[in-house]
Design a binder for this molecule. Structure first.
Ligand code: Z5A
Length: 228
């Protein structure tokens, strides 16, 4: 049972950026750093994180909603997020557990909104409903040239012995990914109190250290905790 002060300290951190920039890698590393300091924390992802949201993830990433258009897909991502927030994120934060999410609402803003052309009023209305006040305390935007990120994804596919087929977003043209990158950077500029942009074009260890510095600067209560 967690005491009340710990419950008040639980933080919600999201990782955003294009494909292959290293979000999943760094979410796992930050989770490890927090747990080493006995901070109660979980990692999750979007779309997904709960059984219902994972079902919506499969539907979208298999391309089954592609012909519906970006507006309907924004609604689908929001439906997944509604379940994810209400069933997993909010209860954990209330219980004093930190939540780290691999993508969250900024992905809808960037993919469906700024790149997909969906009206900002729809994006904002969906966001209000799905988040229900659970805005991230900190968003770490990992930024790098899409060409270099693609090489990483290709190398990962070779290492895993998989054909590089890609999901439906990975198949978009390079120019589209460059616009997506600018979209994420615009979101960060518009939300300087919440977002921090870090170069993803550095080693995993160097990026992990930069993220830890950003997290401990934002949440000084962590700075004095030594790893077990
Ligand atoms: N989407 C949307 O449109 N709207 C929304 O609201 C939401 C999502 C929530 C989900 O895909 C798709 O849904 C996504 C946006 C859309 N589009 N796509 N594609 P996903 O979750 O399957 O894919 P992703 O989020 O793009 O993840 P990813 O491709 O797995 O990339 P990553 O998590 O950023 O990278 P990684 O897996 O940590 O690393 C990739 C490889 O690089 C791997 O082999 C690592 O070992 C390597 N790596 C990682 N860091 C480094 C460094 N620093 N140096 C060298 N190599 C590294």
């Amino acid at each position: 049972m967690l005491d009340a002060p710990q419950a008040r300290r639980a933080r919600f951190i999201t990782f955003e950026g294009g494909e292959g920039v290293g979000k999943s890698t760094q979410v796992k590393r930050l989770l490890h750093s927090l747990q080493q300091r006995s901070v109660s924390a979980i990692r999750t992802r979007e779309p997904g994180g709960t059984p219902k949201a994972e079902a919506i993830r499969s539907f979208i990433l298999q391309g089954r909603s592609e012909s519906w258009g970006a507006g309907a897909e924004a609604v689908l991502f929001a439906a997944a997020r509604y379940d994810h927030v209400s069933q997993l994120i909010a209860p954990n934060l209330r219980a004093g557990t930190w939540v780290l999410s691999d993508r969250f609402h900024d992905s809808t803003r960037a993919y469906q909104g700024l790149t997909g052309g969906v009206d900002v009023r729809l994006i904002e209305a969906l966001e209000r409903l799905a988040l229900d006040g659970n805005t991230p305390d900190l968003t770490i935007m990992l930024d790098m040239e899409p060409e270099a990120a693609f090489r990483r994804v290709a190398e990962r596919a070779i290492e895993d012995g998989l054909a590089l087929t890609g999901d439906r977003f990975e198949k978009e043209e390079l120019d589209w990914h460059k616009r997506l990158r600018q979209g994420f950077l615009a979101i960060a500029r518009a939300n300087p109190g919440r977002c921090i942009v870090l170069s993803a074009a550095q080693s995993e260890d160097a990026l992990e250290a930069a993220i830890w510095e950003a997290v401990t600067t934002r949440f000084p209560e962590l700075a004095g905790m030594s790893p077990a």
